[in-house]
Design a protein around this ligand. Structure first.
Ligand code: NAD
Ligand code: LMR
Length: 342
């Protein structure tokens, strides 16, 4: 609550008047793909964080203007821009959290996996640079297909000898944000109270909202469960179709990614009560990566929360079994992409 108050004050007032409550702005965040549809609003939201001292914006083009523009906001962080591969190392040195929304988005008719051929190489190259320049940073992967790009990142980090599974996160926060919004709307709940865990992965049926675990406790008819589940699973496609060729979710994604960044920074800053859903290395199922609620601490993933997978409804249990084949294949595709390179 204190941080929320500070954020709202930073937005409304001169931050210099806030010395008495302002947390130390001491963390460095890099956004790779910062000139894009997600990157720009995400950079703006991260610029508003009182925990950030330095915001590094990297893209292959068009990032200088974004940084100049943002740097005029009178919030604590210093904004620097980095353009092209030759400036990537400098962008990454000393950074605590790296967020990757670089890559192409879907157009109507495409699956997230259709992005693999382009985005796999982009993520691989960026994570190689992270391994060389800031191997201890938290890495947040947004680029799709997340079910494959996170395993790609893990393999790259392993090859470089710096893989720490606790610090590699696939960003699935948007699935939770959507689930919370849709459930609150359907059940007339106060949005701020609603929390729905979403497990599995981040594509189609691999996105599995656990409506039975909704907080506050609420009952759904079978028809409501079916409709809400399918809507949450197809919410990305809903936006892709509405944008009609102009890309996929950017603003809600930036909002969700900023929440995940803020949670990570709070954890780094010593908050011991930070929980989010994320697609991470996992032993909760037989799959090597799995999205679930996790506890985040100073060193990254401090614990997976197994209780969400206990006491599932029959519908959820079926959904869990049904998603495993696709998720396993997507994970393996990512692993093979790195391991089978000449
Ligand atoms: P966009 O095309 O608007 O922006 C992508 C940016 O990446 C561009 O500025 C581009 O120049 C940059 N880029 C391309 N190659 C790069 C490289 N090698 N290094 C650095 N930057 C590079 O796309 P967008 O709408 O911002 O979406 C980005 C990605 O995020 C897509 O893959 C999309 O599918 C994914 N996405 C994921 C989620 C999620 O929930 N995880 C949600 C929405 C979108
Ligand atoms: C989303 O869920 O909005 C993203 O994964 C983008 C997409 O392609 O749907």
């Amino acid at each position: 609550a204190l941080r929320a108050a500070v954020v709202s004050k930073v937005q409304n007032n001169n931050p210099r008047s806030l010395n008495y409550v302002q947390p130390q702005a001491s963390y460095k965040v890099a956004v790779l793909g910062a000139g894009g549809g997600i990157g720009q609003p995400l950079a703006l939201l991260v610029k508003m964080s009182p925990l950030v001292s330095d915001l590094h914006l990297y893209d292959i083009a068009n990032v200088k203007g974004v940084a100049a523009d943002l740097s005029h906001c009178n919030t604590p962080s210093r904004v620097l821009d980095f353009t092209g591969a030759s400036e990537l190392a400098n962008c990454l040195k000393g950074v605590d959290v790296v967020v990757i929304p670089a890559g192409v988005p879907r157009k109507p008719g495409m699956t997230r996996d259709d992005l693999f051929n382009i985005n796999a190489s982009i993520v691989k190259n960026l994570v190689e640079a992270i391994a060389d320049n800031c191997p201890d940073a938290f890495i947040h992967i947004i680029s799709n297909p997340v079910n494959s790009t996170v395993p790609i990142a893990a393999e790259v980090l392993k090859q470089k000898g710096v893989y720490d599974p606790k610090k590699l996160f696939g960003v699935t926060t948007l699935d939770v944000v959507r689930a919370n919004t849709f459930v609150a709307e359907k059940k007339n709940l106060r949005l701020i109270d609603v929390d729905v865990p979403v497990i599995g992965g981040h594509a189609g049926i691999t996105i599995l909202p656990l409506l039975s675990k909704t907080k506050p406790s609420v009952t759904f008819t079978d028809e409501e469960v079916e409709k809400l589940t399918v809507r949450i699973q197809n919410a990305g496609t809903e936006v892709v179709e509405a944008k009609a060729g102009a890309g996929s979710a950017t603003l809600s994604m930036a909002y969700a990614a900023a929440r995940f960044v803020e949670s990570s920074l709070r954890a780094l800053d010593g908050d011991t009560d930070v929980y989010e859903c994320s697609f991470v290395q996992s032993n909760l199922t037989e799959l090597p990566f799995f999205a679930s609620r996790i506890k985040i601490g100073k060193n990254g993933v401090e614990a997976l929360i197994p209780s969400d997978l206990q006491g599932l409804t029959e519908y959820e249990q079926k959904g869990l079994e049904a998603l495993k084949e696709e998720l396993e294949a997507s994970i393996q595709k990512g692993v093979d992409f790195v391991q089978k390179q000449p």
